[in-house]
Design a protein around this ligand. Structure first.
Ligand code: AMP
Length: 282
């Protein structure tokens, strides 16, 4: 596996592959890699001539300084995992490389309500930061396809919207959430859970499974209230939001007749660790 820290080296290395028309699969990550990330790498390997992964903890998508400071960073072990899983190129720039300018970064895409609900509402500026960095990375790697996990469901909608509006010719591939055997969605933030918290965390997925079973039988509003109460039966879990939304637009679903094409999404604090998860209902 080739590893590059600069934009120039990365572009220079990829240029001949572009010229020959070879397909490039790209997986942007923030590192602290786990099986969820590696599944995306393997999916890309199976469908492309070359697989590129980036590791960059993007400061401008963190609206909480503490979360940025405590975000796990393991570049040496990440690099080993990537090469063991057949990744061809790792791009791991420093902050200065992607943001050399001191002025604030801007994004010319209006995400409308999509960036105002759920993660957008509770993490102001988060999606703007995500879109800016993904656009920069797309410009550097210029991939054929880019792979994103459904664990960050709203993020995929944001990226798809950006690609549509800017006419970027990259296929956005939606990948299933990889889970621990007890159902907990794999996440780099799980590393910050205490042993006790780690035992409680799978309850979120268990409640989501029950919500899927009950969907269509209870009015949407009642089901959301039920879910919040059920999650918080574990007293260390505090629900920030629990929403039932239309799969593509992510606008809230008011009743099942109006839209049966729904997904339930939640953000839950466990101690000071914020976990997100979701389940497609139909
Ligand atoms: P992150 O490093 O958290 O920014 O994630 C990088 C990519 O991996 C994003 O597209 C995530 O949605 C995806 N990802 C993270 N966790 C999982 C998971 N458990 N299953 C599938 N994809 C995931």
């Amino acid at each position: 596996m080739k590893t590059f820290n600069t934009i120039n080296e990365t572009k220079k290395y990829l240029n001949p592959f572009h010229k020959k028309g070879q397909s490039i699969g790209f997986i942007p990550t923030m590192g602290a890699l786990h099986e969820g990330h590696l599944t995306l790498i393997r999916k890309s390997k199976a469908a492309n001539d070359l697989t590129v992964c980036s590791i960059f903890v993007n400061p401008i998508q963190f609206n909480n300084k503490e979360d940025l400071a405590t975000y796990p960073r393991n570049l040496v072990s990440d690099s080993k995992l990537l090469s063991e899983n057949g990744c061809d190129v790792l791009f791991a720039p420093e902050v200065q490389e992607l943001y050399p300018e001191s002025e604030p970064q801007t994004m010319d895409v209006d995400f409308g309500d999509l960036a105002k609900v759920m993660e957008g509402k509770f993490r102001p500026g988060h999606f703007n930061g995500v879109a800016i960095v993904v656009k920069k990375l797309f410009d550097i790697v210029n991939p054929t396809r880019s792979y994103f996990g459904k664990k960050d469901y709203q993020q995929i909608a944001i990226i798809r919207h950006m690609v549509d509006v800017l006419n970027i010719p990259i296929e956005i591939v939606k990948c299933e959430t990889t889970r621990e055997t007890d159902g907990l969605a794999m996440s780099s933030r799980n590393l910050r859970l205490t042993v006790g918290e780690r035992k409680t965390a799978p309850w979120i997925h268990q409640v989501l499974l029950k919500v899927k079973e009950k969907s269509g039988t209870l009015p949407v509003g009642q089901l959301k209230e039920w879910a919040i109460k059920k999650i918080q039966e574990e007293s260390s879990l505090k629900v920030e939001y629990f929403e039932i939304a239309e799969k593509e637009s992510l606008m809230p679903v008011e009743n099942w007749q109006q839209n049966g094409n729904a997904v339930a999404l939640t953000a839950v604090f466990l101690g000071d660790v914020r976990l997100i998860d979701n389940i497609e209902l139909f």
